[in-house]
Design a binder for this molecule. Structure first.
Ligand code: SAH
Length: 223
């Protein structure tokens, strides 16, 4: 069957609450256990963050194209990175690098006090801004810029979440992590990409390689 619009998908129940509940159940089976993360994943309208033509696939556990050669991250990975980030001691100020569709931003905004998010593609940043406004998520500030610079005006951050894979941790970003703060980032080039957790301690940084992942590359400059 060929679905032509978001309203077709809606009529068939593919963007409705049951579809979100099926996704949450799948995330739970895959090992996501943080109750607040599961609750937010269960109510966030992911279909509002993709093109209408893809709305029927919004609750599949897969990455989807969002234009400009980029993708909205797979729901499992959004939930997993958020869960790792929330294990840190504070959730006052979180920096995200790679706003993309704004979906991960919206999930974070529902769980922490303030989210700052940097996107290098101006059109994506503007689109995400409209979506976040429509959802009345007002504790988010977006910036068009190169995420390698972080956002020094608002540093230090309790958490930094990076949604594109750099070859190594950008030094300026690590410097913007507050003491006890945690950074979650993919690292490396496919097929050798891993999720990395970096915690800032009083004397430096402690890092831990987690599972293999597959992310779009972290790119230099803006467009
Ligand atoms: N969290 C987003 C993921 C989008 S894909 C979502 O689920 O929709 C990764 C995003 O990172 C892309 O939008 C890409 O443009 C952006 N990106 C890549 N390198 C960047 C950089 N150096 N600074 C800021 N954004 C970057």
């Amino acid at each position: 069957m060929q679905l032509t619009s978001a309203s077709d998908a809606e009529e068939l129940g593919m963007t409705s609450q049951p579809a979100r509940e099926r996704l949450t159940e799948r995330l739970r089976r895959m090992g996501i256990s943080h109750p607040e993360v599961l609750e937010v994943m269960g109510r966030m309208p992911r279909h509002s963050f993709v093109d209408e033509a893809l709305a029927s696939r919004a609750y599949d556990d897969s990455a989807l194209p969002i234009g400009w050669g980029q993708t909205i991250s797979q729901p499992y990975i959004v939930a997993r990175m958020t869960e790792i980030l929330l294990a840190g001691p504070r959730r006052d100020r979180v920096l995200e690098i790679g706003t993309g569709s704004g979906f991960q931003t919206a999930v974070l905004a529902s769980l922490v006090r303030r989210v700052y998010s940097v996107e290098r593609v101006a059109d994506l940043k503007e689109q995400a801004e409209r979506r976040l406004r429509a959802l009345k998520l007002r504790n988010v500030r977006l910036r068009h810029g190169d995420g390698a610079q972080g956002w020094p005006e608002y540093a230090p951050f309790d958490g930094i979440l990076v949604t594109a894979a750099p070859p190594r941790v950008p030094r300026l970003l690590a410097d913007q992590l507050g003491c006890g703060g945690c950074m979650v980032t993919p690292i490396g080039t496919a097929p050798e990409q891993f999720l990395l957790r970096l915690v800032r301690t009083r004397s430096g940084w402690r890092h831990e390689m987690l599972e293999p992942v597959s992310f779009v590359p972290f790119l230099e400059g803006t467009c």
